[in-house]
Ligand binder design. Structure first.
Ligand SMILES: [Zn+2]
Length: 167
């Protein structure tokens, strides 16, 4: 059976500033028909302070090596390394860290797929402490969003609803 992590509706939601959620939804709609991806930077006091878009390289990887990368950017994401290294560096300079990785699902729901879990668990993945947000887009509209929190560093994820509050 395929592994996947869904949102547990029984858990209380995680609160995120409205402007960050808006930026996230805008990015997801602008990158259609492909998945978007990016990072959210902050600290313990304010985990969702700023959102930084990253390029999704999956279509390029798929074209250059379809055997190794059977899916393109419509079905998967692979964050551009130059983009995310810049974000990590800037965050460290500012005394912040990458708290959250986000990406969208086009034409499907809010969950971490088998591929998402494999990517998050791979040694090349640089955000083994970060949570993940998934935004679902269906027929050019955002249909859902959720956050998947690490229960330990590099450990399993727990899915929760995400609610906006304030600016
Ligand atoms: Zn995914």
């Amino acid at each position: 059976m395929r592994r996947r992590v869904d949102v547990d509706e029984g858990l209380p939601p995680v609160v995120i500033p409205g402007r960050i959620l808006n930026e996230l939804f805008t990015h997801a709609l602008e990158t259609l028909p492909e998945e978007c991806c990016g990072l959210i930077v902050g600290d313990e006091r304010e985990p969702f302070r700023r959102l930084v878009r990253c390029r999704n390289d999956m279509t390029q990887l798929h074209r250059s090596n379809p055997e190794r990368h059977p899916r393109d950017g419509r079905e998967a994401f692979h964050m551009n390394e130059v983009d995310y290294r810049d974000v990590i560096e800037q965050a460290e300079d500012d005394g912040e860290r990458v708290t959250t990785v986000y990406h969208s699902h086009v034409g499907s729901g809010v969950y971490l797929s088998e591929i998402d879990l494999e990517y998050a668990e791979s040694t090349e993945f640089p955000f083994r402490q970060a949570d993940q947000i998934v935004v679902a887009v269906f027929e050019r509209r955002v249909t859902g969003v959720g956050i998947f929190q690490r229960t330990a560093i590099g450990g399993p994820f727990l899915g929760r609803r995400l609610e906006s509050q304030g600016p």
